[in-house]
Design a binder for this molecule. Structure first.
Ligand SMILES: Cc1ncc(COP(=O)(O)O)c(C=O)c1O
Length: 487
């Protein structure tokens, strides 16, 4: 049944109590049980963010002339990020609502810059390693570009020669990550920068995760080669304040080497009867709260606060990696450069998605990845107190899955396993769309039983889950034997 606006407003305390009830089944981020989605720097910081956000929750950064306070804080956040990432004095940028918007803007700016220089350009292309964040594919999809993926090396980093092979006269942007999300390694930014500069192509470094993290990792003395504007070929970067900047959600920056790049991000309409309209980024109305909270976060933590959080996050990461590697059944997919860890099983028969299900039964939120199948942990200072608990839960889950082989063909493990392995990716896509139709359809709910989906994958799973997964495993083995490729 459709929810309607109540005839009479509901009393405020009752409403707030209902919202608390809505939350009861949410992931427990405060106690370090989630490994992404929430970056939590403790209660005191959290309270400051709320107060800063609330101060400016009504204001609208759409008109910086009306709200000079917001323009000032945005400019200072951008400045702090430019300084942190070693931009030249001409460096510029804007705040956005998040990493995806920063990337969308960088792609749009690169496309429009290329078009301004070469009006006959018909089919603009982005070249990036396979591990680049999916926001680039989204940008290509929205803005009519083609994205060409370069294979990565065995260490999961971008392969510079593979990138070089894909460059052509249509390439308007090269992109790489510092670090990439799936395995937490930094791409060879210096080598890609040299290549991009030689070919005169703009180069975006996606430091959405790393922008407010790697500079501190470096200052703590961990070996990292330059990943920011120190590399001459880097023309733009994205860095999320709402990740390791510990700001409130809805805060990122997109930065450019100088105004000749940023100006192509802007949108101006001169004939709208509502007046001349100028907008720096995607939205019209721009929330003031996230800008204010980002400013407050950077100011309140200061260098000492960031160094302290980074030190603890690195210690937690080191202990997580050591604990995983100490289990003969497990391994990390790549040695992380910072605090993002992907781990998996060493034995194909020990299914990592079944281990994930067992961890979830124990109250841990799990991020499953594929190609190859693994579990992802974005580690923060908030995880340091729970690393031992997590490692104990992982070890218990490994033992449990080993002694209960029948659980592999059930529930989430079966569904994710099938989704990862089905060779016809169009089928997977249409099944996911079906799930979304259910979730966002009338009366949609997030409680979807994978075996009850309308789509073909759902039907296969519901009726023949175990058999189909076995067949897919066999297919995978043949494919590996034929191609020599592990995934
Ligand atoms: C490397 C990287 N880039 C971009 C993004 C997108 O950021 P957002 O989710 O804030 O849009 C993410 C998110 O995890 C990321 O890890």
């Amino acid at each position: 049944m459709r929810t309607t606006i109540p005839a009479q407003g509901v009393e405020k305390e009752r409403l707030l109590a209902r919202m608390d009830a809505f939350r009861e089944q949410d992931a427990d981020w405060r106690n370090g049980r989630t490994w992404s989605l929430v970056y939590y720097a403790g209660d005191e910081h959290h309270d400051l963010l709320r107060r800063a956000h609330a101060k400016f929750f009504a204001e609208n950064a759409l008109n910086p002339m009306a709200f000079k306070s917001l323009r000032r804080m945005e400019a200072e956040v951008v400045d702090m990020a430019l300084g942190l990432l070693n931009a030249p004095p001409e460096g510029v940028g804007t705040m956005t609502s998040g990493g995806t918007e920063s990337i969308l803007m960088a792609v749009k700016a690169a496309r429009d810059r290329a078009r301004a220089k070469r009006p006959r350009l018909r089919s603009p292309e982005i070249v990036a390693p396979r591990t680049i964040h999916v926001a680039f594919e989204k940008a290509a999809h929205y803005f009519g570009l083609r994205i060409r993926y370069a294979e990565i090396g065995p260490d999961m980093r971008a392969d510079v020669r593979a990138i070089e092979k894909l460059l052509n006269k249509n390439t308007v942007l090269v992109a790489a990550s510092a670090p990439q999300y799936p395995h937490g390694v930094v791409d060879p930014i210096e080598a890609i920068g040299a290549l991009a500069q030689k070919r005169g192509i703009p180069f975006h470094v996606d430091a959405c995760v790393g922008g407010f993290l790697l500079p501190w990792v470096e200052r703590l003395g961990r070996p990292l080669s330059p990943f920011d504007f120190r590399v001459p070929g880097v023309t733009s970067m994205s860095a999320d304040a709402h990740k390791y900047g510990f700001a409130a959600k809805g805060a990122s920056v997109v930065l450019y080497r100088d105004m000749s790049y940023l100006k192509h991000q802007f949108f101006v309409a001169t004939e709208f009867p509502g007046g001349i309209y100028a907008s720096p980024s995607f939205p019209g109305t721009r929330a003031g709260g996230p800008i204010a909270a980002a400013w407050a976060s950077l100011m309140a933590l200061g260098e000492s606060g960031f160094l302290d959080h980074t030190r603890r996050a690195l210690e937690a990461t080191d202990r997580l990696v050591a604990g995983i590697e100490a289990n003969p059944a497990l391994e990390v997919v790549a040695k992380p450069d910072a605090t993002l860890v992907a781990w998996t099983t060493r034995e194909p028969a020990l299914d990592v998605y079944t281990i994930a299900d067992r961890l979830e039964d124990g109250g841990w939120s799990v991020d499953r990845q594929h190609k190859p199948k693994n579990i992802h942990c974005t580690v923060t200072s908030n995880h340091l107190p729970v690393i031992d608990d997590y490692l104990a839960a992982v070890s218990e889950a490994v033992d449990y899955v080993r002694s209960h082989p029948e659980v592999a063909s059930r529930g989430n493990a079966a569904m994710y396993g099938m989704m990862a392995k089905i060779p016809f990716r169009g089928m997977v896509r249409s099944s996911v769309i079906k799930v979304m139709e259910q979730m966002y359809g009338p009366g949609g709910s997030p409680d979807i039983d994978p075996g009850q989906q309308d789509g073909l994958v759902g039907r296969l799973l519901g009726q023949h889950g175990a058999k189909v997964n076995q067949l897919l495993d066999r297919w995978d083995e043949w494919r590996r034997a034929l191609t020599g490729k592990s995934d």
